[in-house]
Design a binder for this molecule. Structure first.
Ligand SMILES: *[C@@H]1O[C@H](CO)[C@@H](O)[C@H](O)[C@H]1NC(C)=O
Ligand SMILES: *[C@@H]1O[C@H](CO)[C@@H](O)[C@H](O)[C@H]1NC(C)=O
Ligand SMILES: *[C@@H]1O[C@H](CO)[C@@H](O)[C@H](O)[C@H]1NC(C)=O
Ligand SMILES: *[C@@H]1O[C@H](CO)[C@@H](O)[C@H](O)[C@H]1NC(C)=O
Ligand SMILES: *[C@@H]1O[C@H](CO)[C@@H](O)[C@H](O)[C@H]1NC(C)=O
Ligand SMILES: *[C@@H]1O[C@H](CO)[C@@H](O)[C@H](O)[C@H]1NC(C)=O
Length: 473
C-alpha cells in the first residue's frame, strides 16, 4: 500500500471515528473537510474527504491501434472531453456509435480496444446489427491528482478520482462547472448531428464497473436525446446505483449496515438526497424513475462477480451486501417491484418489507432489461465478448436473459403502455417522495435505531467502517 493511500485511509478513519462520536447528534457538517472544488452532493467523495484513491496508474497517452486521441467540445465555454476515437471514421456511412466508459482505473485506451474488438468479431461473424462502419469512442475522465501533463488546457479533469462516476463537476479547466453527465451529453449530441453523420441511428452508451455506475445514473438523469437517434444505455456490474426511494433491502445470511449507522445511505450517488440536478434542471425521483424505466436500458451482470471488492462503504453495502452481483440482482427486484410489473422475481436475492406502488408511473411495465452472464467475473472483456454481452450491444430486440434462478418462469413480453406526457408538476421534489418501509423494519440488526444505538454497536460500527476503508484502498 502506498503512503498516500495510508494517509488517505487514516484521514478516512479519523473522519469515521468522528462520525461515530456524533452519531446521535444532528448532522455535523464540519466532519467533512473538502476543498471548494469537491462537489458537496456525492456521499462517496464526502466520506473519503476527496481522497478516494483508486486506479491512479496512467502512463503516457498512447492511442491503441486503429484509434486516435481527440478532444470534443462540451458546452459553449471552450471545455473539451478527451476521448479515444476510431481513426478515419466513415462519418457518411456510420449507422451506429458506441460510447464505451472505462472503469475505476480510468483506462480509456483499454476500453476502446475491448469495444473495438467486440465490434470486429461481431462483424466477422456477420452478427445481425453489427456494422463495420460503426464508430467507437472511449472518453477519458482524467484526474487532476494523477494525470497532470496528460490532459490539454481545455480538457475536463476531476478532483477526487472517483467523482466522475457520480456525475460530479470537473475542477479543470479552472472555474468549470461542467460534469461527466455534460460530457456524455456532448458525445450523444456529436453523433446526433445529421449533417455530419447522415445515417446515424443508434447510439449505445455502455460502461462497466465505475463506468457502469456512471451509466446507471446517466440512464435515469440524462436529458432526452434528440429525436433523430435512438440511445441504448448499458450498465455493467456497477458497485451501486442511485435508489429512487429510501427503501433498502435485507438479504438472508448477511447483516447489512442499518440506516442509523449509515446516515449517508441515501445521499447522492446512492440515492437522490442532495442531488443538485443536471444542466437539464432538477426533477423529482419519480421523474427520474420514469426516465429510467421508459428508456432502452440494459443492466448486464456477471454472475461470478462476487468478490468483496469495489465500493465497500456502508452506503453501497446497504444495496445488497458485499457482492456486486447481488446488489445488481436486487436492483432488478427493486425496480420491478416499484413498477409492479408481472416479472417473476422467484429466486432473486434480497427482500423489501414494503415498497411504494409506483404503477401510476410505470403502468406495470418497464423497458429496462436484465442480462446475467453466467460465466463472467468482474471483467468487461468477459462480459461483453460473451454471447449475451454481444446481444446487449448489437441486437435490436428479444435480448437474451442469460442466467435466471431455479424456479423462475418467463412472463410473455407485453406491449409498452402509451404513457402520455410527463406531468412533473404533480410530483414532489426530493426524497420525501418515499412512502415505503420505516427505517427499523427491514434491518437485520433490530436494535440499531439512533435512539438505542449502544456503545457496543458504535465499536462494531467503527470496526466495520475501518475494515471497509482498508478494503477500499
Ligand atoms: C448535503 O450537502 C451539504 C453541503 O451542501 C452537506 O453539509 C450535508 O452533509 C449533505 N447531506 C447529506 C445527507 O450528506
Ligand atoms: C482542512 O484542510 C485544510 C487544508 O488542508 C487545513 O488547513 C485545515 O486545518 C483543515 N480543517 C480541519 C477542520 O481539519
Ligand atoms: C454539425 O456538423 C456540421 C458539419 O461538421 C457543422 O458544420 C455543424 O456546426 C454541426 N452542428 C452542430 C449543431 O453542432
Ligand atoms: C404515484 O403514486 C405515488 C404513491 O401513491 C405518489 O406519491 C405519486 O405522486 C404518484 N405519481 C403520479 C404521477 O401520479
Ligand atoms: C436501434 O434503434 C432502433 C430504433 O430506431 C431500436 O429499435 C433498436 O433496438 C436499436 N438497436 C440497438 C442495438 O440499440
Ligand atoms: C398535471 O398535474 C397537475 C397537478 O396534479 C394537474 O393540475 C394538471 O392538470 C396535470 N396535467 C396533465 C397534462 O395531466
Amino acid at each position: 500500500m502506498q503512503l498516500s493511500a495510508v494517509a488517505g485511509a487514516m484521514l478516512g478513519i479519523s473522519l469515521i471515528a468522528g462520525h461515530s462520536v456524533w452519531a446521535q447528534e444532528p448532522v455535523v457538517q464540519s466532519r467533512f473537510n473538502l476543498s471548494k472544488h469537491h462537489a458537496k452532493r456525492d456521499a462517496s467523495t464526502l466520506m473519503s474527504g476527496g481522497n478516494n484513491n483508486e486506479g491512479e496508474a496512467h502512463g503516457t497517452i498512447k492511442p491503441p491501434k486503429g484509434s486516435t486521441f481527440t478532444d470534443i467540445p462540451v458546452g459553449n465555454g471552450g471545455e473539451t472531453i478527451a476521448a479515444y476515437w476510431t481513426k478515419n471514421p466513415n462519418e457518411d456511412k456510420a449507422k451506429q456509435a458506441f460510447i464505451f466508459i472505462h472503469g475505476k482505473l480510468r483506462d480509456g485506451d483499454n476500453y476502446w480496444t475491448i469495444m473495438n474488438d467486440a465490434l470486429d468479431s461481431a462483424v466477422k461473424a456477420n452478427y445481425p446489427g453489427a456494422d463495420e462502419d460503426s464508430i467507437v469512442v472511449a472518453p477519458e475522465f482524467f484526474s487532476t491528482k494523477y494525470n497532470s501533463g496528460q490532459y490539454s488546457k481545455s480538457d475536463l479533469a476531476w478532483p477526487d478520482v472517483n467523482a466522475w462516476q457520480a456525475g460530479d463537476p470537473a475542477n479543470h479547466p479552472s472555474g468549470t462547472k461542467l460534469t461527466s453527465f455534460d460530457a456524455l451529453d456532448a458525445l450523444v449530441d456529436e453523433f446526433s448531428n445529421s449533417t455530419r453523420y447522415p445515417k446515424m441511428n443508434n447510439i449505445t452508451v455502455a460502461g462497466h464497473g465505475g463506468g457502469g455506475q456512471l451509466i446507471s445514473r446517466y440512464a435515469a438523469v440524462a436529458k432526452d436525446p434528440p429525436s433523430n437517434v435512438h440511445v441504448r444505455y448499458v450498465h455493467g456490474d456497477p458497485s451501486s446505483c442511485a435508489y429512487f426511494t429510501t427503501d433498502r433491502p435485507s438479504i438472508s445470511g448477511e447483516t447489512l449496515p442499518s440506516k442509523s449507522s449509515c446516515p449517508e445511505y441515501n445521499t447522492w450517488r446512492y440515492g437522490f438526497d442532495n442531488f443538485t440536478g443536471t444542466s437539464d434542471g432538477l426533477k423529482s425521483p419519480q421523474d427520474y424513475f420514469k426516465q429510467y424505466i421508459t428508456r432502452d436500458v440494459v443492466s448486464i451482470v456477471g454472475y461470478q462477480d462476487v468478490d468483496a471488492s469495489g465500493d465497500t462503504y456502508c452506503m453501497a453495502e446497504m444495496q445488497g451486501g458485499t457482492k456486486r452481483r447481488d446488489r445488481n440482482l436486487i436492483w432488478w427486484r427493486y425496480v420491478n417491484t416499484l413498477a409492479r410489473t408481472s416479472e417473476d422475481l422467484t429466486g432473486f436475492p434480497g427482500s423489501y418489507d414494503s415498497l411504494p406502488d409506483w404503477s401510476n408511473i410505470s403502468s406495470n411495465y418497464i423497458s429496462t432489461r436484465l442480462i446475467v452472464v453466467e460465466n463472467a467475473d468482474h471483467n468487461p472483456e468477459e462480459v461483453f465478448s460473451s454471447d449475451e454481452g454481444r446481444a446487449s450491444l448489437f441486437k435490436d430486440s428479444n435480448l437474451p436473459t442469460g442466467w435466471r434462478p431455479d424456479g423462475w418462469t418467463a412472463v410473455p413480453s407485453q406491449a409498452p403502455p402509451n404513457r402520455g406526457a410527463t406531468n412533473s408538476s404533480s410530483q414532489t421534489k426530493g426524497s420525501s417522495a418515499t412512502t415505503g418501509s420505516s427505517s427499523s423494519s427491514s434491518q437485520t440488526t433490530g436494535t440499531s435505531d439512533a435512539s438505542t444505538l449502544a456503545g457496543s454497536s458504535l465499536v462494531s460500527l467503527f470496526l466495520l467502517c475501518t475494515l471497509a476503508l482498508f478494503l477500499v484502498f
